[in-house]
Design a protein around this ligand. Structure first.
Ligand code: SF4
Length: 283
């Protein structure tokens, strides 16, 4: 087979339309831009991760379940991502042009039904698009807290609202006294008991309603079992604490190992190099 035979698979197939609507979003007049969720592999073998700051959410991710995994749906979402990764300026131009259509005036666009702001250049491209289309409103959930603190918070576009969502690797950067935040709860009763505010009636409440946003968990039995009555925030806190404790234990073991290896060698003439260094590890 000629080496050229593999080229067509590497050429991104440009989606004809970038923004879509499902029934739920159509009911509230919102359009969607979607990437595939979390980590995956393109048919050409390249790997990707659209949610670099995902935490426990990836284990119960709604977008890694059901219709999202159907081959045609997944192929469409991967085509969107390939366009972004392979030709960011071309994608920005196409998105800006599509949003110029009359039907998007006065409407809302949810950036990422699934996926997240995966890089600084991609987020910057979105900020330029949002500024170029002031007649349209945009919103997003994100776990890219540090990226938003640096690139969005100092000078956000007037027509862009966002909510930080718990369950990610950057949860510790969130301040529930100040930030607009969303957390997933086992059910509506748990949201009310915590004094948070459900967005179940309309997804737009996540950015237009009160600042502490409660999302009832999807009724997917094995996801509910994993959630185990916790919120994403409390589950992530548990995982972070376990990781921290594990790191401390490992650090303690390394110290003990280093202390042992620093004992003088028992046999004259044997190496005085600490054992840890002999094994190529930091002492
Ligand atoms: S950030 Fe969202 S889309 Fe990504 S893995 Fe988590 S829940 Fe899924």
């Amino acid at each position: 087979m000629s080496s050229h035979a593999s080229v067509p698979a590497l050429v991104p197939r440009r989606p004809a339309r970038l923004l879509t609507q499902n029934r739920e979003m159509r009911a509230i007049g919102v359009w969607n831009w979607t990437l595939p969720a979390w980590a995956g592999r393109f048919p050409d073998g390249r790997t990707y991760n659209t949610c670099p700051s995902a935490g426990i959410c990836r284990d119960v991710c709604y977008a890694r379940h059901g219709t999202y995994t159907w081959p045609t749906v997944k192929a469409k979402h991967q085509a969107n991502l390939r366009f972004v990764l392979d030709d960011l300026p071309g994608w920005e131009e196409a998105m800006t042009a599509e949003l110029g259509r009359r039907k998007f005036r006065g409407t809302w666009v949810r950036i990422h039904d699934s996926g997240d702001f995966l890089s600084d250049p991609y987020l910057r491209a979105w900020l330029r698009i949002i500024r170029a289309r002031p007649e349209t409103n945009f919103y997003a959930y994100t776990k890219e807290v540090a990226r938003f603190r640096a690139l969005v918070e100092p000078d956000p576009p007037d027509n862009f609202l966002w909510v930080y969502s718990f369950g990610g690797a950057q949860d510790a950067l969130l301040d529930i006294e100040r930030d607009r935040v969303a957390d997933v709860f086992p059910d509506e009763e748990a949201i009310a008991a915590a004094g948070w505010h459900s967005q179940e009636a309309s997804d737009l409440l996540a950015v237009l309603g009160p600042r502490l946003v409660g999302i009832p968990a999807n009724r997917i039995p094995h996801f509910l079992k994993r959630l185990g009555g916790r919120t994403f925030r409390s589950w992530q806190t548990e995982v972070d604490a376990e990781r921290h404790a594990h790191g401390r234990r490992r650090g303690g073991l390394r110290l003990m190992d280093g202390a042992t290896s620093l004992r003088p060698s028992a046999s004259p003439g044997s190496s005085q190099v600490p054992a840890a260094k002999r094994h190529g590890r930091a002492a």
